[in-house]
Design a protein around this ligand. Structure first.
Ligand code: LCS
Length: 407
């Protein structure tokens, strides 16, 4: 019924994954060349999917296109709130009053603004590392400090270093925690116990918290997402971010949900936040929340198989790689420290020697990421197999000393 094996040509669609990798991964321009042509790369980097957006969304957008006018647009009815809060209630047994729901053209855009609205210039933002880099970027842009608490790695299973986090949360200048729930890049789904312990710490120190839950719909089967807002039902200094973009592969439609509890922060947002809604994005999101669940269930099953496939392939071909399947996200966090020196630039190595575009290391994940690569497994199985084959071959040839030194 849903064909996740289909290979979709993304050349000439202005896609970041095909055309933006030099800039994003290598901070380089068109002068940067590789032993592979651009179209020969296997792309396992930026967090969008190689799968088509569900038909129910495309049909809704087409119907809207047929209305032929795309003038100024906004969420003027209850429809969007009804569908999105219904989605949250059904899936997470959690919802929120309508006035708390705001939208932005991206979670990152919102983070950048919220850090400025919430913190003062001499204050610091606390994050768990390794981290999605724009968390630190949001602090850097507004010249706030960024304090990292490294997750503890126990054989590929990551957990919070409570003592360290407690010390850093207690520092007078730490006023905001940006928390990734579930966690990119490790794929952790935080448990009820972990969230309760975290909420105790947040309360104790009166921290603001932005819970970035953008990956919450992408769970391995059997996993359950718990919104932090459900664990802290009365805590006002909480902002929750979710989006249809990761769930339904619509990142380019630029629409995300920002749920702000504090009336004072909402007042600042209403004055200072500049963006309006897009007619296609609204109907796309609504269609996803209303009719996208069967597609999402099928996606979960396909991704579970991709994770199983990757685990078995790596066990067989790179036995010293440490990899436990992510509990959420379509991102695999693979420890290759057994094969590389700590300071080797892994994305460059794999682009050159394997023709695979991937992310990894501290330069892309802030801290506590040395020797790790992140693989995006949201691709047809044939693409995944070829990517893994090339990755394993390049590492094994390196150890046979038959590899090309990147220029
Ligand atoms: N928050 C997290 C935790 C993410 O992983 C991403 C996308 C975003 C926010 C972006 O949200 P947007 O601004 O699109 O609404 N993650 C990406 C990643 O890891 N690589 O490419 C994108």
């Amino acid at each position: 019924m849903f064909n996740f094996d289909e290979i979709i040509d993304r050349q000439n669609t202005n896609a970041m994954t095909t055309d933006g990798f030099r800039d994003y991964i290598f901070h380089a321009g068109p002068e940067m060349t590789f032993p592979y042509k651009d179209e020969e790369f296997i792309r396992m980097w930026v967090a969008d999917m190689e799968f088509a957006t569900p038909d129910v969304i495309i049909d809704a957008m087409r119907a809207r296109l047929d209305r032929r006018i795309f003038g100024y647009t906004g969420r003027y009815t209850d429809e969007y709130y009804r569908l999105f809060s219904g989605w949250c209630k059904t899936r997470y047994d959690w919802d929120f009053p309508q006035e708390q729901l705001l939208t932005a053209s991206g979670v990152v855009q919102a983070l950048n603004e919220l850090v400025e609205f919430i913190t003062r210039p001499d204050e610091s933002v606390l994050i768990l590392t390794p981290s999605y880099k724009p968390f630190k970027g949001a602090a850097d842009r507004s010249r706030r400090g960024c304090v990292c608490s490294d997750l503890i790695n126990d054989g590929g299973y990551f957990s919070i270093d409570w003592e360290d986090l407690e010390t850093k949360a207690a520092a007078e200048k730490t006023t905001l925690l940006i928390f990734c729930n579930p966690h990119n890049p490790t794929g952790r789904v935080w448990t009820q116990e972990e969230l309760e312990r975290l909420s105790g710490l947040i309360r104790q120190h009166g921290l603001w918290v932005i819970s970035d839950e953008i990956h919450c719909d992408l769970l391995r089967q059997g996993q359950r997402h718990i919104p932090l807002g459900k664990v802290m039902p009365d805590y006002e200094r909480l902002v929750t971010c979710m989006a249809p973009s990761k769930t339904f592969n619509t990142a380019g439609l630029l629409m995300s949900n920002i749920i702000i509890r504090s009336p004072a922060l909402r007042r600042i947002w209403h004055v200072q936040h500049h963006s309006s809604e897009n007619p296609l994005s609204i109907v796309a999101a609504q269609a996803g929340y209303e009719k996208g669940a069967p597609w999402l269930e099928a996606l979960h099953a396909y991704l579970d198989e991709n994770f199983r496939f990757a685990r078995e392939y790596l066990e067989q071909h790179l036995p010293q790689a440490v990899f436990t399947s992510s509990q959420a996200t379509y991102l695999a966090w693979v420890d290759l420290n057994a094969y590389f020196q700590p300071d080797e630039p892994l994305p460059l190595f794999f682009a050159w020697n394997a023709g695979v575009l991937l992310e990894g290391g501290n330069a892309m994940f802030v801290h506590n990421a040395q020797g790790f690569i992140r693989l995006n497994l949201a691709c047809p199985r044939s693409t995944l197999e070829e990517g893994l084959r090339r990755i394993c071959q390049a590492v094994n040839e390196k150890h046979g000393e038959k590899f090309i030194q990147p220029a």
